[in-house]
Design a protein around this ligand. Structure first.
Ligand SMILES: Nc1ncnc2c1ncn2[C@@H]1O[C@H](COP(=O)(O)OP(=O)(O)O)[C@@H](O)[C@H]1O
Ligand SMILES: [Mg+2]
Length: 258
């Protein structure tokens, strides 16, 4: 089976900022991959470049074994994305947006309707049929974006901070679906600052620091199995300890006026 995601020497410059300098990553098919890093380290930019939402300045990306670029429409149909910006159309109702999304990704009308209804009911949004997305709360908007990323049954799911702003009940449901998706061979590329959750869900993680520089990458299954992981010649009991060791600033300066 080809790797799900491969990116070589990815670079993204905004007008005055290098957001990602030179990132190479390989994510095997069927992997639940955690993409971690401090604020501003280039995670969202990387996801946007890997999914065609932004043009990379340089570098090559292959998805599902095929070269990926902004015009690779057939390949785009095989991925689902929950971007940082969510990508909702605010004037639409949730069910309209999911219909649009399902049809755009190639589902027939009946399947789109059935899955849309099922998702909105499960996500407790079924009674919001007369509320435009512009009037949804942040957590409700995230739920819709999550549903939109999944509705067409993609082979790879890209999720940028999927759990942020979602209540515990919603997070629990999303985690169950993600586990099911992964157990059936789907690949997940997810950013999250909730390291306990990453530790429980993910098979592998990459940790980057600004600007998109890989500082650690590896299998973390030993954390769940043995309660510890060996990395950089040391033992870590949690992913948080490992994260702080490779990407943290370690101490907070005393604020005299506080
Ligand atoms: N649209 C933009 N224009 C200019 N700079 C940006 C833009 N988006 C992100 N950046 C910059 O790129 C860097 C990486 O940002 P981002 O990818 O959002 O990081 P993360 O998702 O890890 O928090 C930051 O320095 C940020 O200020
Ligand atoms: Mg981000």
């Amino acid at each position: 089976m080809p790797n799900a995601i491969e990116t070589f020497h990815l670079r993204k410059e905004y007008s005055s900022v290098i957001a990602v300098e030179d990132l190479s990553l390989v994510v095997p098919a069927g992997c639940f991959f955690g993409f971690l890093g401090p604020n501003g380290s280039g995670k969202s930019t990387t996801i946007a470049c890997l999914t065609g939402l932004l043009d990379a300045t340089r570098g090559e990306t292959r998805l599902l074994g095929q070269p990926f670029h902004a015009d690779a429409i057939d390949l785009k149909r095989r991925i689902g994305v929950m971007p940082e910006t969510l990508g909702l159309f605010d004037a639409l109702y949730a069910h309209e947006f999911l219909s649009f999304q399902g049809r755009m990704y190639g589902l027939d009308k009946e399947t789109t309707r059935r899955r849309g209804t099922e998702l909105l009911e499960a996500l407790d949004l079924a009674n919001q049929g007369r509320t435009p997305l512009s009037e949804f709360s942040t957590g409700m908007r995230k739920r819709v974006a999550f549903a939109a990323a999944m509705i067409h049954g993609p082979e790879i799911l890209f999720l940028d901070e999927p759990f942020e702003s979602i209540d515990p009940d919603g997070v629990g449901m999303m985690k169950q679906w993600l586990r099911q998706f992964a157990s059936r061979g789907g690949t997940i590329f997810m950013t999250s600052h909730v390291l306990e959750t990453v530790e429980r869900l993910c098979d592998r993680v990459a940790i980057i620091t600004r600007p998109g520089a890989l500082v650690w990458e590896g299998d973390i299954s030993a954390l769940a199995a043995d309660g510890a992981i060996a990395a950089n010649g040391r033992q870590f009991r949690t992913l948080e300890e490992l994260f702080l060791a490779v990407a943290g600033r370690r101490y907070a300066p005393a604020l005299e006026w506080l």
